[in-house]
Design a protein around this ligand. Structure first.
Ligand code: 6PG
Length: 235
């Protein structure tokens, strides 16, 4: 069985519409005895995804708990905040209660933000035998260098780390970030990579071919199966 499913859509809106519909379907068929735990990402595709999800007028999000795959170390009202992106375009339109939102405290010092984010996700999510959160769904974007979340190429510490969350200084501005580590990405029940936008073909191609150990390639290797949605054809 292939390690991934790759689906190509005509544009970002079509990609987001399909991902939003499957997201809602996953929530609706979820066993309501425990929260549906999801980690959001940053970048340009999440707003398109949120708009499509809100347009479905979901009625069954009462048991969904939101976390982040990564967050920039900025205040929650900063335009660069991944939390603000979701608050403005997803939580507010859905009138989502605060108790279902577990933001990373980007305005605090790294050590505090990492410790608090780990405590919160481990309080709510199911845990693996070695204490890693097992999320139901993680949305990832992919950068032009094959990064996912804030796991960047050449970050050998990230590869070796078993931390749930880590503070990093990355090449993508703003540089200071908090990111889920590879273990949580490996263990999630579902990881959907929304690799949308120009200039990413080569990063995706080398990630899928295994020619380069990009962060995305590493996630694919660590997992049994990953869904990839793109709005471009591979070369
Ligand atoms: C972030 C991210 C990052 C992003 C990719 C894709 O907070 O910056 O989570 O991993 O998803 O860089 O971003 P674009 O979709 O804007 O290219």
């Amino acid at each position: 069985m292939s390690k991934y499913t790759l689906e190509v859509f005509e544009d970002a809106k079509a990609l987001a519409r399909e991902a939003a519909g499957r997201w809602l379907a996953a929530i609706e068929k979820h066993d309501g005895s425990r929260p549906f735990t999801i980690a959001l990402s940053g970048g340009r595709i999440p707003k398109v995804l949120y708009d499509e999800f809100v347009s479905l007028r979901p009625q069954s999000v009462g048991n969904v708990h939101f976390f982040w795959g990564d967050e920039r170390c900025v205040p929650p009202d900063d335009e660069e905040s991944n939390f603000k992106l979701a608050a403005d375009n997803l939580f507010s339109p859905l009138s989502l209660p605060e108790m279902q939102i577990h933001r990373i405290l980007g305005e605090r010092d790294d050590a505090f933000a990492v410790a608090q984010a780990e405590a919160e996700i481990c309080r709510v999510a199911e845990l693996s035998p070695d204490g890693q959160p097992v999320l139901d769904l993680i949305f990832l974007g992919m950068g032009e260098d094959g990064h996912v979340a804030s796991l960047f190429p050449e970050d050998e510490e990230a590869v070796a780390s078993t931390a749930v969350y880590r503070a990093v200084i990355g090449p993508k501005p703003p540089p200071r970030r908090v990111t889920l580590g590879y273990p949580a990405l490996a263990l999630a029940r579902e990881v959907w990579v929304l690799a949308a936008g120009a200039g990413k073909q080569e990063a995706l191609r080398v990630s899928l071919s295994g020619e380069e150990s990009t962060p995305l390639a590493r996630v694919l290797q660590l997992r049994t199966h990953t869904r990839i949605f793109t709005d471009f054809d591979l070369p």
